[in-house]
Design a protein around this ligand. Structure first.
Ligand code: FAD
Length: 459
């Protein structure tokens, strides 16, 4: 599938994850010849488990798909921009209420096939250890950029790298969950399946308190020296044991909140609930929502089996810590994702400081659209700040460098509406309408053949 191609390469993309595959596809669709470097399977990141391109490393959800939610809006913008990965996600979607969740294997398989079959892309399975000097390049090596390349990037940027740490959540086999205790339901009965898309494990007050106590006392994996210096978690990914340590009620107001959940077995609202979301289309695997953890593996399984319904759970993956590498984008990048000190070098994905799957796809796409424009001698494209893609690009490149932390899609980074709208829901709807209208206008002004011909991507 990845045979050598005889051609003159126009651009190199490093990293075959979410941003890199989207970037390679966008360049290739614009008729540029691309070499896409991916180091797996020769060298792994520690979090990826396959050799597939576009592998999702943790949750299988690309966030809410509702049009008036931040990720839903971003997904709609990406569809207007002819994103390959959003198309693959929709084609491998599993039922998950209002979320765009996918069968992770099918998703990665679709991405791998589309990229492997594109006549303008050559996939090279090698680790890149130095930044290519004499050819336009997009670096999309993600939060787990290989250490050698990370050092090269640090040398190029002249900045010390910023590190912080996330933790990934466990996956359980469906038939090991005791459904005489657990039950299917969506919060507030929202979702596609009338029985509910989520498996819910209910806890009464006593069970909850013992569970929190066990978490708070659990032994965690020891951090390595450089990790200990800055064990700085992204707030949305704080491990459950840390939440348990913050106070007895923190989890009950966080990932274990029971609001909108009714237990049909007892006809009561549980004191707390653990939700599990489908991880594959077959529905044979479920991940525990919001349960990132760094508890030692032996003890981890033991503690998780305290959850009612999970007494005999079979874990096919336990939680673990991971590194997150990103550059100081406010000092280094333009809102086009172009490196300020070298005009034919771009960055895309998590390494830019944009957090979250959809945001990573978006910045890969943005980098590629701009590199394609540069290669054609056209002016660069800065998407309107009133769009989610533009707002994220603007945020990571214009925020205060000294306090820079990764940012995911959210309406808080949007410029206010011209006329204030009172209700939150109505306001978000108005933000989304404005975003799509302005993106549509901006796309027209680009005169881009791929975006003008909506059929090109699907051919
Ligand atoms: C463990 C973990 C869990 C996460 N969980 C979530 C989550 O649940 N939800 C969410 O929205 N976000 C999550 N993220 C954050 C982020 O959205 C994902 O990491 C996302 O995959 C990043 O996309 P990317 O394209 O930037 O990098 P990746 O998808 O990681 O792709 C980078 C690719 O570059 C390759 N590579 C690295 N160095 C080199 C090199 N020198 N040469 C060649 N290839 C190289 C890697 O093998 C990898 O395939 C998580 C991150 C991690 C690390």
């Amino acid at each position: 599938m990845y045979g050598m191609r005889i051609w003159v390469t126009d651009a190199i993309v490093i990293g075959g994850g979410l941003a890199g595959t989207e970037a390679a596809w966008q360049l290739a669709q614009r008729n540029f010849k691309v070499k896409l470097y991916e180091m797996r399977p020769r060298k792994t990141t520690g979090a990826h488990v396959s050799d597939r391109l576009g592998e999702l490393v943790c949750s299988n959800s690309l966030g809410s798909k509702l049009p008036d939610r931040a990720t839903g809006l971003l997904q709609n913008e990406l569809k207007m921009l002819q994103s390959l990965l959003i198309r693959c996600a929709e084609e491998s979607a599993v039922a998950a209420g209002g979320a765009l969740a996918v069968d992770r294997e099918q998703f990665a398989e679709r991405v791998t096939t589309a990229i492997g079959n594109h006549p303008n892309i050559e996939v090279v399975r090698e680790e890149v250890t130095a930044i290519p000097a004499d050819i336009p390049t997009i670096i999309a090596t993600g939060p787990l950029t290989s250490p050698t390349l990370a050092q090269e990037i640090a040398a190029l940027t002249g900045e010390s790298y910023l590190y912080f740490y996330d933790a990934i959540s466990p996956i359980v086999t469906a038939d090991s969950i005791d459904m005489s205790i657990a039950f299917m339901a969506n919060r507030y009965d929202r979702g596609e399946d009338e029985n509910g898309d989520y498996i819910n494990c209910p806890l009464d007050k006593e069970q909850y308190e013992s569970f929190v106590e066990a978490l708070a006392q659990a032994e965690t994996t020891e951090l390595r020296d450089f990790e200990r210096e800055d064990p700085n978690f992204f707030e949305g990914c704080v491990p459950i044991e840390q939440l348990a340590n913050r106070g007895p009620d923190t989890l009950a107001y966080g990932p274990m909140r029971p609001v909108g959940i009714w237990n049909p077995h007892t006809n009561q609202r549980p004191h707390a609930v653990v939700q599990l979301r489908r991880d594959n289309l077959a529905g044979s695997l479920y991940n525990i929502v919001g349960f990132q953890t760094n508890i030692r593996w032996g003890q981890q399984a033991e503690i998780l089996r305290m959850i009612p319904g999970l007494e005999n759970a079979e874990f096919i993956r336990l939680g673990q810590m991971h590194r997150n590498t990103f550059i100081n984008a406010p000092t280094l990048l333009n809102a086009t994702m172009q490196f300020r000190q070298r005009e034919d070098l771009y960055f895309g994905g998590q390494i830019t400081g944009v957090e979250g799957y959809a945001g990573n796809i978006a910045t890969g796409l943005l980098a590629a659209v701009n590199l394609a424009r540069q290669l054609r001698g056209e002016s660069s494209w800065v998407p309107p700040v009133t769009t989610m893609i533009g707002s994220l690009a603007n945020y990571v490149t214009h925020t205060e460098p000294k306090d820079f932390q990764p940012m995911k899609a959210n309406f808080g980074i949007f410029p206010p509406l011209e006329k204030h709208i009172k209700g939150k829901r109505d306001r978000k709807r108005a933000y989304a309408e404005r975003a799509l209208a302005e993106l549509s206008e901006s796309i027209k002004s680009l005169n881009d053949p791929v975006l003008m011909d909506q059929e090109v991507q699907r051919s």
